[in-house]
Ligand binder design. Structure first.
Ligand code: M6R
Length: 357
């Protein structure tokens, strides 16, 4: 089923524009509006706070989802790592609603939380690629990702699908709450899909970056601010899980509070710059690490780009940039792992779906 692709990860990375277009189609009503089931919308609107619970990449999608929902709909959201939530439940609001994000719908850590929140009588939605999976069956509602089967252990298209569906949720909730969203989501998601395509068509560029920065390094850091920080966490996870390079994502401003001590001559630093409000700040952080010898690779967005940036993303609606900016990071990780001779689709010590707590 890989067709002409050498690995599922590459195929699934390439499928992302199609997946986004498919999601638009599946969530559109007869008027072309992006909508979610009335029951789900009502449950969301009734809640005074949303709790997103997930693991790994799905947790990283949750962090971006919080931003979407809080900024667009004005509803507070907490995001929790499932394995922590289940043994250390935070104080809950009066009317909580749970959103479980899980590609497989089978992750034991997330299920352990769902069992508990169900026992407490709280409503839950599962955002999953596998309707009919355990988490989908045991929650009150399911929001399907429509990404098609994801085979590679490293999650790619499920992550961007999760972000797109979370944006649809945020948009629908905003409308329900009478908040105006200052962009047309259907149109802007379409633009993101096209932009993704232009990125996946430039694979040689990312292969070059991977060889240039990651061929022999022991470690690598990803820095960003605002939503870029969350994408950095995902970029670092991708790189570590398939290339075994020690990689970490950091908030740009946090470096000087300790991490900067790790910077040595030649340490690769990937910096994301897609957010206008913090563009100068992240550039300042890059200067700080360069002064300590780091080798920076800046990925910026058209309009915010500056001299010396290594890759410029096509301009998309700023709020939606994570759906796009993750793609170069996926491809850089892929080529880094490939050139280091790693088993890209089946990295050591990992399983596609983690069914033990
Ligand atoms: O199926 P899930 O989304 O619940 O899986 C959660 C994590 O195990 C998963 O995202 C993992 O982090 C991926 N291998 C990351 O690429």
């Amino acid at each position: 089923e890989k067709g002409t692709y050498p690995h599922f990860m590459l195929k699934e990375t390439d499928e992302q524009p199609l997946v986004i277009r498919n999601i638009i189609q599946k969530y559109q009503d007869e008027n072309g509006e992006l909508v979610i089931d009335a029951e789900i919308k009502a449950a969301l609107a009734e809640a005074d706070r949303l709790y997103i619970v997930a693991c790994g990449t799905s947790y990283h999608a949750g962090l971006v989802g919080k931003q979407f929902i809080e900024k667009m709909a004005g509803v507070p959201v907490e995001v929790h790592v499932a394995s922590e939530f289940s043994y250390n439940m935070p104080l809950l609001s009066e009317k909580p609603l749970f959103i479980y994000i899980s590609q497989s719908g089978e992750t034991a850590d997330s299920r352990a939380c769902l069992v508990q929140t169900n026992k407490l009588g709280h409503k839950a939605i599962t955002l999953t690629n596998v309707p009919g999976s355990t988490l989908s069956r045991e929650a009150d509602f399911t929001l399907p990702l429509h990404a098609g089967p994801e085979i590679a252990v490293a999650s790619t298209k499920a992550y961007t699908a999760q972000l797109a569906v979370l944006a649809i949720v945020a948009n629908a909730l905003a409308k329900e709450k009478g908040k105006s969203v200052n962009f047309n989501l259907v149109k802007e998601l379409g633009i993101v899909a096209n932009a993704m395509e232009s990125i996946t068509n430039q694979k040689e560029e990312f292969e070059k970056i991977a060889t240039e920065y990651l061929a022999t390094t022991r470690n690598a850091f990803f820095i960003g601010r605002n939503v870029d920080y969350f994408v950095c966490l995902e970029g670092a996870l991708k790189l570590k899980e398939i290339s075994y390079i020690q990689a970490e994502g950091f908030a740009g401003g946090e470096l000087k509070h300790g991490t900067i001590a790790l910077i040595e001559e030649g340490t690769p630093i990937f910096a994301l710059a897609t957010q206008e409000s913090v563009n100068l700040n992240i550039r300042g952080n890059v200067k700080e690490v360069v002064a300590r010898g780091a080798n920076p690779c800046i990925i910026s967005m058209e309009g915010l780009n500056m001299e010396g940036d290594r890759f410029i993303l096509p301009r998309v609606q700023e709020e939606l940039s994570p759906i796009l900016s993750v793609v170069p990071l996926q491809l850089i990780s892929y080529y880094a792992a490939l050139h280091r001779g790693c088993d890209v689709d089946k990295p050591r010590n990992l399983a596609k779906s983690v069914t033990v707590e």
